[in-house]
Design a protein around this ligand. Structure first.
Ligand SMILES: *[C@@H]1O[C@H](CO)[C@@H](O)[C@H](O)[C@H]1NC(C)=O
Ligand SMILES: *[C@@H]1O[C@H](CO)[C@@H](O)[C@H](O)[C@H]1NC(C)=O
Length: 264
């Protein structure tokens, strides 16, 4: 196998070994201050407030995966039948949780969203809840995957981009950039932190991207042929023209059919 293919294969196999789509038992607590999540490790900053109706989560290291878990969606339901609804709620990962005591620390809005109607204030009093969770596809109905040029970019020497609104249940494991005028000369980007990728070899002019995602049991390349205009600007968000809807399988077949909604 050529070296690049081997590398991609390794990335895919390590990224998919955690059986995230199985049901997990865990504890979840909440941040009392919304600002805690806005300054999250993924790097979304204040944009995060607008994600998923404010139902945000800091995920434990094994789910955060050094940033590859940023933007992943999880369905979480708590197990107190009096307070909690059967469906629970869906959260999006915007931060890393280092406390070792809970798998997630979520926004108070997400915590309350696990409650039955009218039980929101009561569930907050719990402070910490026993939950079940599993990874689910993120669903951006009317939005494409977008690329934001980070403020740290310095044209023409350094480009940092962040992925936003990544649909499906996948992880981006490799990113390449090329000038639209020169599709034969691809430069790889590296993950800087969280959802941010960077390169200090910036092609000149309008830019296109291709990226590898975990999908099915292997991986899949996406090609966004027209993303950044030649006059790309820091802080701007650009439409990639495509959306990811794949679901990465992790081969944890013993749990694949486990039903999520319990018998009522
Ligand atoms: C969490 O666990 C790791 C490794 O077991 C340890 O290094 C770290 O200090 C712990 N963090 C806290 C906040 O207890
Ligand atoms: C390929 O692109 C890089 C920048 O990404 C540039 O430095 C290099 O000169 C280009 N190579 C060719 C052959 O155009």
């Amino acid at each position: 196998m050529p070296i690049l293919l081997c590398l991609i294969f390794l990335l895919f196999s390590s990224a998919t070994a955690d059986c995230e789509q199985c049901l997990h038992q865990a504890k979840v607590s909440f941040f009392s201050k919304a600002e805690a999540l806005q300054s999250g490790a993924c790097g979304y900053g204040s944009l995060a407030i607008g994600f998923n109706g404010g139902r945000l989560a800091a995920a434990t290291t094994t789910l955060y995966k050094e940033g590859a878990g940023c933007g992943a969606c999880f369905q979480i339901r708590c197990k107190d039948n009096t307070l909690c609804s059967k469906e629970g709620t869906t959260v999006i990962v915007t931060d890393r949780n280092n406390d070792n005591k809970t798998d997630f620390v979520v926004s108070s809005r997400a915590f309350m969203a696990m409650a039955k109607k009218g039980m929101g204030p009561n569930i907050l009093k719990l402070g910490i809840a026993n939950v079940e969770y599993k990874r689910v596809p993120c669903d951006y109905k009317n939005k494409n995957l977008a690329i934001r040029v980070e403020e740290s970019s310095q044209k023409p020497h350094y480009l940092a981009i962040m992925f936003l609104y990544q649909g499906g249940k996948t992880e981006i494991v490799a990113v390449d950039v090329a000038a639209q005028a020169d599709p034969s000369n691809w430069t790889f980007m590296s993950r800087s932190h969280g959802a941010v990728w960077e390169t200090s070899r910036v092609p000149i002019g309008a830019l296109q991207f291709r990226f590898a995602v975990t999908a099915g049991y292997d991986g899949k390349w996406y090609w966004a042929k027209s993303v950044l205009p030649a006059d790309w600007k820091n802080g701007e968000i650009y439409d990639s023209g495509l959306q990811i809807t794949d679901v990465a399988e992790d081969g944890c077949s013993s749990c694949d059919d486990q039903s999520w909604i319990p018998d009522s």
